[in-house]
Design a protein around this ligand. Sequence first.
Ligand code: PFF
Length: 453
Amino acid sequence: MTPRENFGSRATVIMAMAGSAIGLGNIWRFPFIVGEYGGAAFIMVYIVCCFLLSMPILLSETIIGRRTHQGTFGAMNTLAPGSAWKWLGLLTIFSPLIILSYYSVVGGWSFAYLCKAISFQFKPENAESVTSMFGAFSSSTWAPLACMVIFLGLTALIVYLGVNKGIEKFSKISIPVLFVLIVIIAVYSITLPGAGEGVKYLIKPDFSKLTPGAYASALGQSFFSLSLGVGTMLTYASYVNKNENIIASAGGTAFFDLLFAILAGFAVMPAVFAAGITPSSGPGLVFETLPFIFAKMGAGGQIISVTVSILFFLTILVAALSSSISMMEVGVAYLVEEKKVSRHKATISLFLITLVVGILCSLSFGTLSDIKLFGLTIFNFCDRLASNFLMTVGALLFSVFVGWKMDKAAVKDELTNGGTLKSSSKLFPFVYFLIKYVAPVTIAVIFILGFIG
Ligand code: PFF
């Protein structure tokens, strides 16, 4: 049997995990909700949320994965053999696949828009029609499907190449590239005339906007952004070797994810305000508002506007890919390790399964738009199911597992590498308290309030 692969170094661990974390969530949701909920005031809440609630979950997943060097299902079976915890292992094989199905639709759109940018389709003379272009495109049948197949195919190819030659290599290149791209776009955006209002939108603290909804949004956003509760971080951590400092790796991941989200805010919002547009989030922001802005900018210089639009959609595509590979890896690890399927076959099977659900998600913008599940289109249903339910429940259960089911000595051993890491040993009581009490109780309260409200 070939030995199990491991990530090469601390830097690669952080880049792979940050690759999973940095994605559409950072670019199309974070900038908008920051402004919605009070700018700098929200960023402060978000940071506290990341470090007090999301970090313990990230660490819980990391502890389980690194301890067992197995994927979600195998890990739960090893640590709690014959118990109901195996259901958490199973659940977290399906959750990332559900996310991957609808995420690939958006990945496909990003690919399509990159092609549109390259072929000069955002021109000043058709600025108005650029906005409506998206509705026509996303509700059509074949073009979005073809683009989704390409996106999913790229995802499968990287995953198929394996942990070192695929995921690690891609993340090592893509993460630095993503940071360079987003800084270039942010500098450009901030220097546009009228961009100051957008900067204010992001940084002016307005504590009156910190409603209960702001706290729930901060938590939901930080889970989605850090890819928590669905076993991706657990699976990546299973490739981390025993002498790695996992508190440092998790901290580095959370730091880069946050930094990228803030940079994305400065890349997007100043441009939106400079163009005199009301900010929005989601597909509307990325595929309607921004192409409109790129088209308008063309009046001041076609070359610059085309270059910025290409860089922007390239950023989205690469960020989406580095996240989608992490989602597919969870299921591949399961099939390879538990079902003894070859990596090749595992990847193709998951590609096909996701493709089927992805086709339904894509068509739900057009042909299948009348099919509703609990009043939602198939795409929106998958999104809600994953981000409002599966991620939160998964996150809660991972922290309960580590805090209440696992032996405290084993948790300490894992966090401190058998007591050899002095700083982690000092931090242990605090981190353990967060994992055992603070994270599960707060998450449960916010989850229940979200249901009631
Ligand atoms: N963190 C990704 C983003 O912000 O776009 C989304 C994500 C990736 C969610 C991987 C879940 C996951 F397993």
